[in-house]
Design a protein around this ligand. Structure first.
Ligand SMILES: NC(=O)c1ccc[n+]([C@@H]2O[C@H](COP(=O)([O-])OP(=O)(O)OC[C@H]3O[C@@H](n4cnc5c(N)ncnc54)[C@H](OP(=O)(O)O)[C@@H]3O)[C@@H](O)[C@H]2O)c1
Length: 248
């Protein structure tokens, strides 16, 4: 899977899964814009790792849950590199609690970070991609968006929304040579999953046919595939990377 001469933007690439996606795209030859919100030093470390390996990257701060910030982010990437070929909407967060205890702000925060961010960045990038008549959009959803999860009504709704959004945009952009797909990770140990109890983690492994947690790299390989020329006839798909946890 070669991605030479491709310009990629990965949202939320300072750590966790986004970091692995940025490193994998760069290892395959893509120039990578490493977006972050708060973790400037971590994002710079990702850029340094890419450049040390002979690649090209830059870190860009933007809170992608904000419409204007996403517009400015995409403009900064295209100003710096002349175009954008691959958009990976990975930024996301959780605020888990039962609906009875969930505050309106917990709902709004997660829906903004996990769903509105995808609208914001796709809207900002789509004009350029349409003009180019080529491009790849990969949205990171979750098995929780497919199967639901107690304590995650906000997150599950946002991630299910990402799937519906992806399929709709795939239908809008297909005739322009642009593919839009989702990757749905299962349980991948990162800062996001640190809040789970040992019992919850044990239960997740027991429910996973492959009998292990995934790695950020497992997810990154699927993203690089969907971003590559090899996936040219795949659009509107949801590719689960979950060890078989939620079979569709
Ligand atoms: N880990 C899992 O088991 C799992 C499973 C299914 C799906 N996912 C999805 O995979 C994606 C990455 O998750 P992760 O586990 O790698 O989480 P993580 O370790 O918590 O990293 C989240 C990343 O998103 C960024 N981010 C959050 N809100 C942002 C915003 N408003 N604007 C810009 N960047 C923002 C963070 O940036 P800062 O560091 O700058 O704050 C960070 O780089 C998320 O969409 C998540 O829902 C994860």
């Amino acid at each position: 899977m070669k991605l030479e001469n491709k310009i990629a933007l990965v949202t939320g690439a300072s750590r966790g899964i986004g970091r692995a996606i940025a490193l994998d795209l760069a290892a395959r030859g893509a120039t990578v814009a490493v977006n972050y919100n708060a973790s400037a030093a971590a994002a710079q470390e990702v850029v340094d790792a890419i450049t040390a390996a002979g690649g090209r990257a830059m870190a860009i701060q933007a809170d992608v849950s904000r419409f204007e910030a996403a517009q400015a982010l995409v403009k900064a990437v295209t100003d710096a590199y002349g175009r954008l070929d691959i958009l990976v909407n990975n930024a996301g967060t959780t605020r888990d609690m039962l609906l009875m205890s969930m505050k309106e702000e917990d709902w709004d925060h997660v829906v903004a970070a996990d769903l509105k961010s995808v609208f914001n960045c796709c809207k900002a990038a789509s004009r350029g991609l349409i003009r180019q008549r080529s491009g790849r959009i990969v949205n990171i959803t979750s098995v929780v968006g497919l199967a639901g999860q107690a304590g995650q009504t906000n997150y599950a709704a946002a991630k299910a929304g990402v799937i519906g959004f992806t399929k709709s945009l795939a239908k809008e952009l297909g005739s322009r040579g642009i593919t839009v797909n989702c990757v749905a990770p299962g349980f991948i140990p990162t800062a996001l999953t640190e809040v789970l109890t040992p019992e919850q983690k044990d239960a997740a492994i027991k429910a996973t046919p492959l009998g292990r947690f995934g790695t950020p790299e497992d997810v990154a390989h699927a993203v690089s595939f969907l971003a590559s020329d090899l996936a040219g006839y795949i659009t509107g798909a949801v590719l689960s990377v979950d060890g078989g946890l939620v079979m569709q």
